[in-house]
Design a protein around this ligand. Sequence first.
Ligand SMILES: *Cc1c(COP(=O)(O)O)cnc(C)c1O
Length: 390
Amino acid sequence: MPFSHLSQQLQHLAAQHLYRSRRVLETPQAIRVQIDGQSVLNFCSNDYLGLANHPDVTHTFKCAVDDYGLGSGSAHLICGHSIAHHALEEELADFTGRDRALLFSTGYQANLGVITALLGRGDAVFEDRLNHASLLDGGLLSGARFSRYAHADVSDLERRLHKGTGHKLIVTDGVFSMDGDFAPLSPLAVVAKQQNAWLMVDDAHGLGVLGGQGGGLLELYGLSQTEVPVLMGTLGKAIGTFGAFVAGSDVLIETLIQKARTYIYTTALPPALAEATRTSLKLVRAESWRRDKLTMLIARFRAGAEQLGLALLPSQSPIQPILIGDSKKALAISAALLNAGFLVSAIRPPTVPQGSARLRVTFSALHDEVHIDALLDALAKAYFFDTSIY
Ligand SMILES: *Cc1c(COP(=O)(O)O)cnc(C)c1O
């Protein structure tokens, strides 16, 4: 039998409660969705600002399809770089306070492309232990000496930097995707400068959500292009559309255009998507009520969860994980919540470290207090109930 060893591997994953399967969504992204035929309240989307199905954004997309057609036809360097992509890049540069920005088709590709373009054999890359998989993969693929420092531990990083050779790149999530906490960017920028290293921040979960105008963790901390020369952001989360970008100096962007293989050898995003993203970006900047609303919902949830004695992590972001530990138990609580009409994902290894399975609760500006209160009630029942029956 071909693939019999694969069947065995799959059985092994299932036995460890690490098997993954998809649920089928039958409605647009929203706070109430229908999934596998069941209507549920959604607490696991990254659509933090509620823009994925905003009427202005979808209307722009439809009109832009009439103007531009659908497919981009080729890569940016052949004939796929449209006026819509170009305008979005200029607006992203302005939004992030950087000289220039370069669109990538996905965040995963952006991270692979940047790290492999900047580093090679003889260089060194330093990554936070909890970095997103795409950052770790980019570091490994680059061929540079690969070093993972303890989570958010600037002293551990400093010790490792002393031993680094060649060009040195420090890479970190801004807001950590599975923990919700912030990277210590100001101290990281100081250490980077002292050790003559470059700092790269992936702000996939901060962009749109943090800072007065939604400029992300760098806006919140007031960090310039000199302090953080490489900023990566994604468009599929708070921005509500799809794609990603890298922002920085002219020489960085020109280098990526010449050398980032995931930029060069892939089809450009549909131009209508770039147009829709321009509309979304205007909403992100102008409608600060969405960020204020999130702040209020987060505070309400944390106060309620602390009262219940749930194991929260120190997160000020709309990512509010509840630490469970055991994968089987995390799955059981997630199943009990689903049964009660609440969609909360159980995140298990290898996405998070062994023994740290968790429920990853996320909030949207479209949630209301009643939704938070209902979730807390359901959590109280599911968390303390005997879940061994599942
Ligand atoms: C989602 C995510 C990515 C990948 O972005 P995509 O556009 O979904 O490929 C990269 N980094 C972080 C931290 C993310 O959360």
